[in-house]
Design a protein around this ligand. Structure first.
Ligand SMILES: [Zn+2]
Length: 259
């Protein structure tokens, strides 16, 4: 049996301007997994954050309020974003959405796992409002209490590079929405799990180097920062356009009209 319920235990994800595109934001950090060869660099072009969000085409499919991972209402103000991977070769984002809604994924301090977004090459599903705490990182730790959890799917047939890129764009959008700095984008690895022999999980494993954040993780952060920079570039362009806009002549009032 290879359903998400079996494979996902808490141990798992316990789970410039206009036209000036010469500057390419990604720093030259080559990755051990070759992700930098599979994805083209992110160009620093202006991007309206609202359009970027629309392009992500996030599907909302919430766990029912009051049930399973939402059986208690646990409000959260996001300060961090935590990146995971499912380590599930058979379950896609839709399978995970169903499992979360059915209470099939047990674990954590409230008995059920839950996280905010699942990403695959061609879809993003949101399972939990970003104003509510998830159960995906470190039990009672700050990873659960203050972070938005994103799971990258790795089922067979799913293109991981495209999934990573979509995750980077989602992360940048959430950083913009909640004023989260890049320092607060964390791998699951960064949230130690109390009581485990290996408290720092090798997650997301395909962005870590020998189980620890290294060049590949830094490459991912650089990509996220490059997408986030596009929003600042958009606002800077807007500011410049507003400054250079011609001042409209004041309308002539009736009393001043010369007959
Ligand atoms: Zn994880």
């Amino acid at each position: 049996m290879s359903s998400p319920s079996r494979l996902l235990s808490y141990a798992l994800p316990a789970i410039l301007l206009a036209g000036a595109v010469a500057y390419v934001s990604c720093k030259s950090v080559s990755t051990t997994m070759g992700w930098d060869k599979k994805l083209s660099a992110v160009v620093n072009q202006p991007k309206d954050p609202a359009i970027a969000r629309q392009e992500l085409r996030i599907r909302t499919d919430y766990i029912p309020a009051g049930k399973f991972g939402r059986r208690m209402h646990r409000p959260m103000q996001p300060r961090y974003i935590t990146i995971h991977s499912t380590q599930n070769p058979t379950g896609d984002a839709f399978d995970h959405a169903r499992a979360l809604k059915n209470g099939a994924l047990k674990g954590g301090v409230i008995g059920y796992l839950c996280w905010h977004f699942s990403v695959q090459q061609d879809a993003i599903i949101q399972h939990l409002p970003t104003s509510e705490q998830g159960e995906h990182a470190d039990f009672d730790g700050p990873g659960n209490r203050f972070s938005i959890g994103i799971e990258m799917c790795e089922h067979q047939g799913n293109d991981l590079a495209t999934t990573i890129d979509r995750t980077a764009r989602l992360t940048a959008s959430l950083m913009q929405e909640f004023s989260i700095p890049i320092e607060n984008v964390r791998a699951h690895y960064h949230w130690p799990r109390k009581g485990y022999d290996k408290p720092n999980k090798n997650c997301p494993h395909f962005l870590l180097d020998r189980g620890e954040p290294g060049h590949d993780w830094q490459w991912f952060l650089n990509r996220v920062s490059a997408y986030r920079q596009q929003f600042d570039t958009f606002y800077e362009l807007q500011r410049q356009q507003n400054q250079s806009a011609p001042i409209e002549p004041a309308p002539v009032s009736a009393g001043e009209q010369v007959i």
